[in-house]
Design a protein around this ligand. Structure first.
Ligand SMILES: Cc1ncc(COP(=O)(O)O)c(C=O)c1O
Length: 469
């Protein structure tokens, strides 16, 4: 049952929690989850949300420490977004964008162009991060064939090691998280790989600042070498989220962007995770003054309300798709719910909140507060690093802090820490042994304290410092 306080509109009675849990066990297939019939743990069953909190069927309140998988910005049940969706619902829930438009989609396209890095002029809507990436990959490929000076040989991509761009096959091909992607290898197209800009585990065995950004030089060298066959470079700018909140050293993105320009290779910025204020700027590309040729947006675009995504393109890219039907230049790609009016209405309301004076500036302050609150963990012998950009933070747990040796993956220590935190009223989801903290941007200081406290206590509980030899 929904607790009485969370049922303000006399909503219809729900089936009992026991029934719902049984139906979950019998019928739901949970994404990214092992389904082990012997595992006695029960996933929470959420019935309501309130601000930064989720409320489960037992009435337990859990602080949403990962923003409902990195998408919630302003909390749950935000009056202004609720109203915008309701208002739109009173007009139109959905109509196709194929050969037609709808009011919120048009308004949102214009707004996105206004706020995105200058030069991005066109908005192609889809539904999720993976579809935004899929569209970008195909646009880049087709662009090279249809540009005024066609370059059909430019039909490959360069992506990063440990990249994550979603779970459709094109996105998986440019991705590189072995645990998620390895078994699909035979289905994927080949991709050039550059090393991760990851100072804590530098793949080149170097250290800042003496390295002089050798990782950027490596990527630039690859772009130079493969320019004739590269349609595009795809990156997660500034933070590689799913790789474990890997924050790139300053200057890396700018170097790669300049190399793309110099060598006539498109740059695809996948800001599905970093977009909409997460890193303390509206878009992570802004940290280095970069305008990509294609920008992928999803997750936070609706404030975490509805599935909506967008791929923004420069006019130069878009022009290659223009011409009469007989020229066959159209982008034959789309989805039934592209530019859904409810999602677009939520996105417009969410953007209004995000762009209020002081809102974005507060993100960095809150991030710093969270990092400071977690500082006691730096003394723990199995905390390797706490890394952060804005309100994206990862606590990397290791077997040995001196050698940085990882914990045995089979022990699923990160998962155990997050499970323990749930008992302390915080919902988290790890990436391997990196405990991810990515709360809604609207989180308040008291909630930041609660979140940090639960993480500190959970790490100490699962990895008692005294046991370290
Ligand atoms: C950088 C990045 N790109 C794409 C995706 C895929 O987004 P979605 O799960 O909405 O398909 C994610 C999801 O975490 C992501 O972090």
């Amino acid at each position: 049952m929904v607790p009485a306080t969370d049922n303000p509109g006399n909503l219809p009675e729900l089936p009992s929690p026991e029934t719902l849990r049984q139906w979950d066990r019998d019928h739901l297939w949970h994404p990214f989850e092992p389904h082990d019939p012997l595992d006695p743990r029960q996933p929470p069953l959420f019935v309501a949300g309130e601000g930064c909190w989720l409320i489960d069927s037992e009435g337990n309140r859990l602080l949403d420490g990962v923003s409902s998988l990195w998408c919630n910005l302003h909390g749950h049940r935000v009056p202004r977004i609720d109203q915008a969706v309701r208002d739109q619902l009173a007009r139109l829930a959905h109509a196709t964008l194929l050969g037609a438009a709808n009011v919120p989609a048009v308004q949102l396209a214009r707004k996105l162009v206004e706020v995105a890095p200058r030069g991005l002029q066109r908005v192609f809507f889809s539904d999720d991060g993976a579809t935004a990436v899929e569209a970008a990959l195909k646009i880049a490929f087709q662009y090279q064939q249809q540009r005024p000076d066609p370059k059909p040989g430019k039909n490959r991509y360069l992506a990063l090691n440990e990249a994550y761009h979603g779970d459709t096959l094109g996105a998986v091909a440019v991705g590189d998280i072995p645990r998620f992607h390895r078994q699909f290898g035979p289905l994927l197209f080949p991709v050039h790989r550059a090393c991760q800009p990851f100072c804590y585990r530098c793949p080149l065995g170097k250290a800042r600042p003496a390295c002089n950004l050798a990782c950027a030089d490596e990527a630039v060298g690859l772009i130079e070498r493969h320019a004739d066959t590269l349609a595009a470079v795809i990156v997660e700018p500034v933070v590689q989220g799913a790789a474990g909140m890997v924050v790139a050293p300053e200057g890396w993105l700018g170097s790669v962007a300049r190399a793309c320009k110099r060598h006539d290779v498109l740059l695809i910025a996948d800001e599905v995770a970093t977009g909409f204020g997460r890193t303390g700027r509206l878009f992570a590309c802004e940290h280095e003054g970069v305008t990509p040729d294609l920008l992928c947006l999803a997750k936070g675009i609706t404030g975490g309300y509805l599935p909506l995504a967008a791929t923004l393109a420069t006019d130069q890219v878009f022009q290659a798709f223009c011409g009469p039907a007989s020229a066959g230049r159209a982008f034959y790609h789309g989805h039934t719910y592209s530019g859904n009016p409810l999602g677009a209405a939520a996105a417009l309301a969410s953007l209004e909140i995000l762009l209020e004076p002081g809102y974005l500036e507060a993100v960095e302050k809150k991030g710093r507060l969270l990092e400071d609150a977690l500082a006691p963990l730096l003394d723990h012998p199995r905390v390797g690093e706490i890394r952060r950009k804005g309100l994206m933070l990862g606590v990397e747990l290791v077997a040995n802090r001196q050698t940085r040796e990882p914990l045995p993956p089979a022990r699923r220590t990160g998962r155990a820490v997050c499970d323990h935190a749930r008992g302390l009223g915080v919902l988290l989801r790890p990436l391997g042994d990196v405990v991810v903290l990515m709360p809604p941007l609207a989180i308040q200081s008291g909630e930041i304290g609660h979140l940090a406290d639960a993480v500190i206590r959970s790490v100490h509980q699962i990895l008692p410092a005294g046991e370290i030899g």
